[in-house]
Write a protein that binds this ligand. Sequence first.
Ligand code: SF4
Length: 418
Amino acid sequence: MSNTITQTAERRLTRQEVVARYPDVPRLVIIKTDVRLRGVHYTDAALGSVDPAIHQVRGRTLFGTRDGQLKPLPSSVLLKDGTLILPDPTPIEKNPYIIDLVDGQLALFDNGEFLEFLELTLKPRYYDLVTTSGIPMKEIVTARPQRLDLTASSYCHFGTKGNLCRYCNINSHNKQQVKEGVGKSRYKPQEISETIREALKEPGRFSFIHITGGSVLAGDEVFDKELDIYIETLQAIGENFATKKFPADVTTSAFNERQLRRLNEETGVMAYTSDLEVLNEEKFNWICPGKADAIGYKEWKRRLVAAVDIFGRGYVGTGIVAGVELARPFGYTSEEDALNATLDEAEYLAERGVTTWSSPWSVRPGSDLEDQTGPSLEYCVRVARGLNQLRKKYGLIIDFNDYRRCGNHPDTDLSRIN
Ligand code: SF4
């Protein structure tokens, strides 16, 4: 209970106050971060201007939205400097940002205040095509403005033992998608290969391929089956490239050295990510019980560092859910303590060639922590600044996860400009 009091007793800075206090962080990146935290709601006029025949709309996704619905709403919007927002539809009573129509153009509002015009992403050409087996290609590979996304597994096996990460709703979302007929859990290598081939025909559109999914525990050693799925998928993609390596990365469970060597030697993947999610062992054990149970925090971290010897310095990363370490009742009671602990651990990793990026914690229905408030904007901005400063200090690149190839992380937006 004391956690709640400590966190809510201090007034949170408004977005305008955060912009004034952190002049080194562009206003647009702060807006993006807050939109991630609070979500968006579309007016009827805005919805009327979204045309799935022209614009790219949400299809199969790994995680569910804050409104718990499956609707063909925009999958991404761009601010005027190219900063990407992945809008999360959110019930209006939760005070989200509003997307409305102004002079025929989508615009972002906060409590009646106009902030910015938004640009929709155009639908990729391959979205209209089907594989020779009759599967719509947009089910198999989804897209961001410049990236192709594949899902290795839409189900996370940590959930089988009731051990999902506490902020995650992957399995309830997967169940809803299956029930409503939004895609399948897995696709055949031939279907993947055909879809990538068609997608790459669109001139100048895509520069990167990303694969991720839920953890798969089966195999002689834990994650062996998961590794097999990634290898099969990457080999199918690789059929479309003349070179051994191609611009792709994966976000997987933490593979051991034998598994990492297989991934590197048997596929063309160029970069490797495995998300620690929370950079403190005690908080990790509480927030990510499945990961803690499968191999533990120290071993997860050790495997990340070991991956640098295989993929190279700066080509290994880990993602964190910024702010979830402040969740009640066992999270930090002070943002200062949470920030210091997170950045200390990120520095340990950066010294060893592993780069860390953050996704502000978006509180989602269907997750264990669905009733919580989420972190402050200022906290998420400070985490982003700190991670960017560490990347600069240790000379780590972010090429495979930058504002164009990924676009989801406020800290990697900062790496673009300073
Ligand atoms: S590992 Fe954690 S965050 Fe990732 S899919 Fe499983 S439960 Fe969700």
